[in-house]
Design a protein around this ligand. Sequence first.
Ligand code: AMP
Length: 403
Amino acid sequence: MKILVINAGSSSCKYQIIEMESKKVLCSGLAERIGQEMGRLTHKILPDAAEEKKIVRDEYFPTHVEAMELVISLLLDPEVGVLKSKDEIAAIGHRVLHGGEAITAPVLVDERVKKIIKENFILGPLHNPANLMGIEVAEKLFPGIPNVAVFDTEFGTSLPPEAYMYALPYSMYKDLRIRRYGFHGTSHKYIARKTAEFLGKKPEDLRSITMHLGNGSSMTCVKDGKCFDTSMGLTPLEGLIMGTRCGSIDPAIVPFIEEKMGYTPAEADAIMNKQSGLLGICGRTDMRDVHAEAGKGDEQAALAIKMLVRSIRKTLGAYVFLLDGIVDALVFTAGIGENDHIVRSEVCKNLESIGIKLNEEENAVRRPEARVISAPDSRIKVLIIPTNEELEIAEATEKLIKK
Ligand code: AMP
């Protein structure tokens, strides 16, 4: 069975076709700068294999429809195509950001689901309209093929009220739906499932802490297999320090900079989302660059690393407490989590007294597979598990259409 996974942005569209029996990615790609003067499609055939082929086309795509039409022509191309007919696609899985409180599981797209996506435009103003457009383009170009929506907020819907409520006037929750939703849910859910599998535990017995550390970063603590707390909030801005996002700060800073600098709310929002985090502290967003600069003696780069590690450790400590100290595993994932042995080592430093001890040699090795990096006598296991949101979406889609 072949599943097409689509992640539509406002001017871009990412896609993958996965062969479900082998879990092999047959092709993947990214259409960028849709609606702009010149767009670009980068299409890769067998992207994870030695025989990978890459096709780059610079063309004008007035809308997502034209971009996806070019993708389809490449999919069906007699030389480089991976399909003989569009009907080989059993279903299309869509990444959708925000389902609010209404969506607690992946769903087959129908008019009710589209209405819920629309109702949540206010909570996901950049992503939800684009995600809905991706669904509508798929309906137009792949008629008769079922569409499934997998929501990034779904995993967070199991949060207990004491975790999702903010201590603001209760009416703000009731009237404006201000609460913690949590994001990166598809990744956290995938990692929880893989962690249980890796440890040989029933998913419903799992108690773990996942550190999804990438350009955007978030942490989740999982109790009885469910999301029990998570670091991102009403928006993905809350929580850890990220590539360009400030993470949690004193909320009084917002009116302060608006008043002192004359920023509008939109400008203050852009500063916190796009000019802060690692970028704000040291002028670099990519951890590889931050390490390189710190290595050359750049004090702000060294400070940025210390601040990032501290924000992770503070959340880790809180989550170990929330789980009453009974934790099966800490899991590192995403770009930094999977590749940055220095950050992992600093996060786990001097934690032997609470049962966390790294095997530094194993930690220093890079291998793209799920593995243990804690010492044999570490009470809490420390794991690296590569995340795969597309596969999680494809598997959820397959499960739903097989019902
Ligand atoms: P993601 O958002 O999960 O794709 O992660 C992207 C981020 O991972 C990049 O911006 C880098 O900061 C980080 N990253 C990727 N490779 C490495 C590496 N070898 N060492 C440190 N950080 C890395």
